[in-house]
Design a protein around this ligand. Structure first.
Ligand SMILES: Cc1ncc(COP(=O)(O)O)c(C=O)c1O
Length: 312
């Protein structure tokens, strides 16, 4: 077996199909349906080291989205949400982690190949590992340089964008490869109509004249859970949030502030798009207030948002 990627160093156990197995033994067959046709659904979740101990952020919402994604592809996850919760909590405890990333996945496994997956068994796994700032610590402070991808986001009439499907992520991979290949930190992907959709793994927010805008669900985006959380936090801070916006490329360039949201990216300011400085070319004041509030809550969950946390 090849050397472990650095991010998985120290991971001892994976939960796979109802069992806790050694990291090295968590394997699938090369003729696995999902490997050939992308027929899997997954989640990305974070557990934070709060003042009250490790807590999974918005676990219920992530689980709901996992089962909803599965439904689209007739993937019957052979475990209840309670069983997946118990497995995840136990896994984090066994790994002794205070904070981590959580990756549950369910997919059509090793069975007959061919596009109809119904004869393939559904396999399920959960991995957890420590994962720092996805776009880098510096990006959280200074902002990230982005470029509009030449790859358009698939329309939700082609592949449902509300579902987190493994195969659909080739679109995000193409956008990321292009951005990184051209020395940008991240891509921004336009939809079929040429309006802003989202980042490869992030939703996007725009600030103009003190009001906040984010692309609507009809723009072929993932209904991000961080997006929902940030909308609530911003409204609770007194901002007007337009969560159904259509945003053009030009509006991005002219924005006072832009930022990404996502489980991995958290709240990351965008300091440039296609080499055009956004605002003052650094983290703007509204982004700063929302980002600060976001991280404060994750450190010290207030009663108001108590149901956002599942304590380990
Ligand atoms: C395409 C895409 N958009 C947006 C997001 C942000 O979603 P969330 O906040 O639920 O992580 C993600 C990350 O999962 C994503 O992959």
């Amino acid at each position: 077996m090849s050397e472990r990627p650095e991010m998985f160093e120290g991971v001892e156990t994976i939960w796979q199909d109802g069992e806790f197995v050694d990291f090295e033994d968590a394997q699938v067959h090369v003729l696995t349906h999902a490997l050939h046709y992308g027929t899997g659904v997954f989640e990305g979740v974070r557990c934070y080291d709060t003042d009250d101990g490790p807590a999974i952020f918005r676990w219920e919402e992530h689980l709901d989205r996992l089962y909803e994604s599965a439904k689209v592809y007739d993937i019957e996850i052979p475990y209840t949400p309670e069983e997946l919760t118990e497995a995840t909590v136990e896994l984090i405890r066994r790994e002794g982690l205070e904070s981590c990333y959580i990756r549950p996945i369910a997919f059509y496994g090793y069975g007959p190949l061919g596009l109809n997956p119904s004869e393939s068994p559904v396999e399920t796994a959960i991995g957890v590992w420590p994962w720092g700032a996805y776009l880098g610590e510096e990006a959280l402070e200074e902002g990230i340089d982005t470029a509009i991808s030449s790859w358009r986001k698939h329309a939700s009439s082609q592949i449902p964008t509300s579902a987190k499907t493994t195969g659909a992520y080739v679109n995000s991979v193409l956008a990321s490869l292009e951005a990184k290949g051209n020395d940008y930190g991240e891509a921004i992907v336009l939809n079929k109509e040429g309006n802003v959709a989202e980042g490869p793994g992030e939703n996007i927010f725009l600030v103009r004249d003190g009001e906040i805008y984010t692309t609507g669900l009809a723009e072929s985006i993932l209904d991000g859970i961080t997006r929902r959380s940030v909308i609530t936090l911003a409204e609770d801070l007194g901002y007007t949030v337009h969560d159904d916006a259509t945003i053009s490329r030009g509006e991005l360039y002219a924005a006072d502030e832009l930022f990404f949201t996502g489980t991995a990216a958290e709240v990351t300011p965008i300091r440039s798009v296609d080499d055009n400085e956004i605002g003052a070319g650094t983290k703007g004041p509204v982004t700063d207030e929302i980002q600060t509030r976001f991280f404060d809550i994750l450190e010290e969950p207030p009663e108001q948002y108590d149901d956002w946390f599942k304590y380990v």
